[in-house]
Design a protein around this ligand. Structure first.
Ligand code: SF4
Ligand code: SF4
Length: 422
């Protein structure tokens, strides 16, 4: 592993911009100081990096707080001297043990997360002083009840009516109660100044990740969607991660590409989150001629599109406003998601929409009808819905449908019933 290259318009070995194949890159001025600081390499070690960070924080007296959803404001946890860690499970291996307690016909994300809990095999969960849950989908809500039998847990009650003043007021009071809970539980004061400080940190993180995502608007995106997906962390606010986001912006914003992706089909991916370890469908899409230029879901742009007003007189209200706007399919009606997809499809010049639905995720599944209609009738681009779980058994079938979709795109078609659902 050598230095990263800063020369413009150089195509380098796929997946490893820090290890350029030959010639000009090796003598180019390096934006990073040592091989270990290459952004892609750094985030490949995301879990060990986060573990080291969490252990050091815990030893330093900080609280580890597990979160399970993007509605949970990390800022409040950080303002309470806590380290927010995402606990969502992406492994198929933990599902069988989960099915001893949970129905098999449940979203794999819920089962995998619960399986880690049952096996006590997620080190972050094992060191957590608190788990924050939320009332989003029914499967999660009921799973939390089982998890709470042996874990300290606090549940945020999320109102689910979109654009409703009373709902926003209720959500604001929920965040006030959450602040009081953190103060009581951890024996400290969560002041407005501390919250504002945390808002600044999270706004910075969102801005950096947004800027990286925006590089994918280029005719020849500098990264694959899978590489971009990997450029983030289970723990927010880690200073070393921020440095790597800045490095990545310098490298990939400066003409360096990990491969020539200019002839790939540009995909807008939407639907359920693609959590760490569950990236199989992303790989299939990009191994069969696509490049995911925009990932609209909770592991992509959705949670980082809006910032929080750090100067607001009432920072809790400012947090409530930002998080209430998150357009998860548990909201009704979820028109904001359609507006967002419309805008992102135009900005990223998507040639098709692929929607991922985890099996038994009813809210995204039902809403897929509206997304398909939006793509095909309004945007005039083909749409494919992929329903699957964490098992690789249907990979070949998915690949065939993805290839068919891309042929439709290349043939200039809009799709329609033939490429609607897998
Ligand atoms: S998809 Fe909905 S429930 Fe899942 S993490 Fe995002 S906001 Fe939370
Ligand atoms: S993917 Fe769907 S069912 Fe699974 S946790 Fe998210 S909202 Fe719930």
């Amino acid at each position: 592993m050598s230095e990263c290259c800063s020369k413009k318009d150089v195509t380098i070995k796929a997946g490893d911009p820090c290890s350029p194949p030959e010639g000009p890159c090796q003598s180019a001025a390096a934006p990073t100081e040592k091989a270990g600081e290459c952004p892609l390499t750094w985030f490949k070690n995301m879990i060990p990096n986060c573990l080291e960070y969490a252990r050091a924080a815990k030893a330093d007296g900080k609280r580890i707080v597990g979160i399970l959803c993007e509605y949970t404001p990390r800022e409040l946890i950080m303002a309470a001297d806590g380290v927010p860690v995402c606990l969502c499970g992406g492994s198929a291996k933990t599902i069988p043990v989960a099915e001893e307690h949970l129905p098999a016909n449940l979203c794999p994300l819920i089962k995998s997360t619960y399986g880690y809990h049952a096996q006590r095999s997620n080190p972050f969960l094992e060191m957590a002083d608190l788990v924050v849950a939320e009332t989003t989908c029914d499967g999660k809500k009921k799973m939390y009840e089982l998890m709470a039998e042996s874990r300290p847990m606090y549940v945020l009650e999320l109102p689910q009516r979109e654009n409703d003043r009373d709902a926003l007021d209720h959500w604001t009071s929920e965040l006030h109660r959450f602040r009081a809970e953190l103060e009581g539980r951890f024996g400290l004061q969560v002041t407005n100044d501390k919250i504002r400080e945390a808002i600044h940190v999270m706004n910075r993180e969102r801005a950096l990740r947004r800027a990286l995502a925006e590089l994918m608007k280029a005719n020849s995106p500098p990264l694959t969607g899978r590489q971009l997906l990997g450029l983030k962390s289970s723990i927010s606010g880690i200073p070393a991660d921020f440095k790597q986001y800045e490095n990545a912006l310098k490298i990939f914003g400066n003409g360096v590409r990990t491969a020539d992706l200019s002839s790939r089909v540009r995909v807008l991916m939407t639907g359920v989150p693609v959590v760490h370890g569950a990236e199989r469908v992303v790989d299939i899409i990009e191994d069969h001629g696509g490049v995911i230029v925009c990932m609209e879901n909770c592991t992509g742009l959705k949670p980082i599109l809006d910032d929080v007003d750090a100067e607001a007189n009432d920072p809790i209200r400012a947090l409530a406003e930002k998080y209430y706007r998150l357009h998860c399919s548990v909201m009704t009606r979820n028109d904001r998601r359609m507006e967002c997809l419309r805008r992102l499809a135009a900005e990223y010049r998507a040639q098709c929409v692929i929607e991922l639905v985890w099996q038994a995720c009813l809210t995204y599944d039902v809403e897929s009808y509206r997304v398909k209609k939006l793509a095909e009738k309004e945007l005039g681009i083909p749409y494919l819905r992929i329903e699957t779980d964490y098992s690789p058994s249907d990979s070949a079938r998915i690949a065939v449908r993805v290839e068919a979709l891309f042929e439709t795109v290349r043939g200039g078609g809009r799709g329609g019933s033939g490429c609607g659902r897998v």
